[in-house]
Design a protein around this ligand. Structure first.
Ligand SMILES: Cc1cc2nc3c(=O)[nH]c(=O)nc-3n(C[C@H](O)[C@H](O)[C@H](O)COP(=O)(O)O)c2cc1C
Length: 170
């Protein structure tokens, strides 16, 4: 297979389509990050989530600069990372597109820090905002973990090459 990109190209010559095609080969799970803002649930689907540090306990994720939801979660200052199970692709789609009715029909309860805990999530991580760093057209959020919950032994929802998937042996 021909290489999509020469390794010595300057970053300004990187074609965004090639960038997405190549980086899309990095398979991940999917989360929905939720908070309460002015009494209403807010949230967005987020693939760019990672464990960052055990001591202190930190996680990280990358909201787009264009996100209308992240500023509201930032204002809340505390939020919940919901790790989705493999039967939650529709929920992920609903919370992965802009719109005022993202939580329409969504079952949720309240997590330990008062954020929406989505029904069916396999695990949840309560966090507070620790730091925010420039990440180009995204922002790098560093969050301090304040609570951890395992909810089920369900298999994870996967995201790979712009499509949902599940573990082959499940
Ligand atoms: C599977 C999936 C993964 C996503 N991952 C991210 C992400 O890592 N960062 C991000 O900013 N948006 C991500 N999105 C898109 C946001 O969820 C979407 O842009 C957002 O919900 C738009 O609404 P907003 O303007 O209310 O934030 C993802 C969407 C889907 C469906």
């Amino acid at each position: 297979m021909e290489p999509v990109l020469a390794p010595d190209r300057a970053s300004e010559q990187i074609d965004p389509t090639a960038f997405k095609a190549v980086l899309g080969r990095f398979c991940s799970g999917v989360t929905v990050i939720t908070a309460i803002h002015e009494g209403e649930p807010v949230g967005f689907a987020c693939q760019s989530f990672a464990s960052l540090s055990i001591d202190p306990p930190l996680v990280s994720f990358f909201p787009a600069r264009t996100s209308s939801t992240w500023p509201r979660i930032r204002a809340a200052g505390r939020f919940c990372v919901n790790i989705l199970a493999d039967d939650q692709s529709e929920l992920c789609r609903q919370l992965g597109r802009p719109g005022a009715d993202k939580f329409s029909g969504v079952e949720w309860t309240v997590s330990g820090n008062g954020s929406p805990l989505l029904g069916g999530a396999m695990a949840t991580i309560d966090c507070t905002l620790h730091d925010e760093v420039d990440g180009g057209d995204h922002t790098i959020v560093i969050a301090r973990v304040s609570g951890l919950n395992e909810h089920s032994e369900a298999a994870p929802l996967l995201f790979y090459r712009a499509a949902f998937g599940r573990l082959a042996h499940q």
